[in-house]
Design a protein around this ligand. Structure first.
Ligand SMILES: *Cc1c(COP(=O)(O)O)cnc(C)c1O
Length: 397
């Protein structure tokens, strides 16, 4: 049994704050502070350029990729770190399309995170006028998978509502018609048990600043199924993905296996912080995380529905159909969330009307649930959200 009291103690959780926004930015793992000091002072400061070899900087994207691999059911040597998730979506989609040269349709859904759709739009525009991004409702994805589809580009857990796609079933449907599959695991990695291998995903991508607590802008990951390692090309053919970066050859030649998905110089400081953050997952069993996530989110839904007027559940009621976050609709969701944050209960707002709360079992507990419910009920009861300072929109919501 995973000891969640012990994992909670690994995080810096500011006094007076109930943090239910780890689905957007995970909190600071205490070990990351010392690791950041060490990489800056001892490694960069003292080793200078020798750090690339002596401190293992050059190997970090693959070594840390193996640590993330364990959390998504991927074999060692099939995940590499680097860049942002948007970039990794581009690479995965471009690779998949190149593997289906006779097809022109990319299928996604309207619950996808906009950057995934924007990246697809940009990529397809550069490939030519025949390419098309088809966006259907999440429930309509299965029926829309046909032989015109080159690749599906889907996010397993909806960023607003937490609705979860059936990854193995959709992947099987796509494979039946010869389509490739790209799964975005932004709200899955560290939130729900993921098994890209038994789910037979062709590509998977995700970020590490959400449930993996790697810090703002932490590097993303990309998984390529081992059977595609020799055929998938990285699209962004940078020197770090070259077979021999330090041969300084004038022509590109793809590196071995997953290494070819590297692009440029790795973000060493960010990788070191992420590495420390991943220590929190040692000894943690994902089925335990899942069980506790369901326990916390079910208690939250029950508490809110029993005591909070004017809100409506936006997430699936069946916990098996959700990831690890819960959304409630309220016509004044933005102002309500600002009032919650002012009282130290941090969730977030997603346009147009969703109050979103993430439950991260590594550090959230039942006391967090109780406090969030109590404060939300009070804000709605007293209509304290209805103040100019809560209505004023900020740049980042
Ligand atoms: C958070 C998130 C992103 C963010 O992409 P970045 O390039 O890291 O800014 C992309 N896709 C999904 C599905 C997300 O949830």
């Amino acid at each position: 049994m995973t000891d969640f009291t012990a994992t909670r103690a690994l995080f810096h959780l500011p006094a007076g704050v109930t943090y239910l926004d780890g689905n957007s930015l995970g909190p600071l793992p205490i070990a990351a502070q010392e690791r950041a000091r060490q990489v800056v002072t001892d490694e960069w400061g003292e080793m200078l350029i020798r750090g690339w070899n002596a401190a293992g900087w050059m190997a970090a994207p693959g070594r840390i990729g193996d640590r993330v691999a364990r959390l998504i059911g991927a074999p060692a040597g099939s995940v590499v770190m680097g860049d942002t998730l948007s970039i990794k979506v581009y690479q995965a989609l471009a690779s998949a399309l190149a593997m289906r040269p006779d097809r022109r349709v990319v299928l996604s859904d309207s619950g996808n995170f906009p950057t995934d759709l924007y990246i697809a739009q940009g990529l397809l525009a550069s490939l030519g006028p025949d390419y098309r991004l088809k966006v259907v409702a999440p429930e309509a994805v299965t029926d829309a998978i046909d032989e015109s589809v080159a690749a599906t580009l889907l996010t397993e857990v909806d960023y607003r509502t937490g609705r979860r796609h059936d990854m193995p079933a959709l992947t099987a449907t796509a494979h039946d018609v010869g389509a490739m599959t790209i799964w975005d695991l932004a709200h899955s990695a560290g939130a729900v048990p993921v098994d890209v291998r038994s789910g037979r995903a062709d590509f998977a991508v995700g970020c590490t600043y959400k449930y993996l607590n790697g810090g703002p802008g932490a590097p993303a990951f990309i998984y390529v199924a081992p059977e595609h390692h020799d055929v998938a090309l990285p699209a962004l053919s940078g020197w770090m993905g070259h077979a021999a970066p330090f041969a300084f050859d004038l022509d590109y030649s793809p590196g071995r296996g997953i290494e070819r998905m590297r692009v440029g110089t790795p973000p060493v400081i960010a990788l070191a912080v992420l590495d420390a953050a991943l220590d929190a997952w040692e000894g943690v069993a994902m089925p335990d995380v899942r069980a506790r996530s369901i326990e916390l989110s079910e208690a939250f839904i029950a508490g809110v529905e029993a005591t909070c007027p004017g809100v409506e559940l936006a997430s699936p009621r069946d916990p098996q159909a959700r990831g690890s976050q819960v959304g409630f609709r309220h016509p004044q969701a933005y102002a309500v969330m600002q009032a919650l944050i002012a009282d130290g209960v941090i969730g977030d707002f997603r346009a147009p009307d969703i109050l979103r709360f993430g439950f991260a079992p590594l550090y959230n507990d039942m006391a967090d649930v109780d406090r969030a419910v109590t404060v939300l009920a009070d804000i709605l009861e007293t209509e304290r959200w209805d103040r100019p300072e809560h209505r004023a929109r900020q740049a980042v919501t």
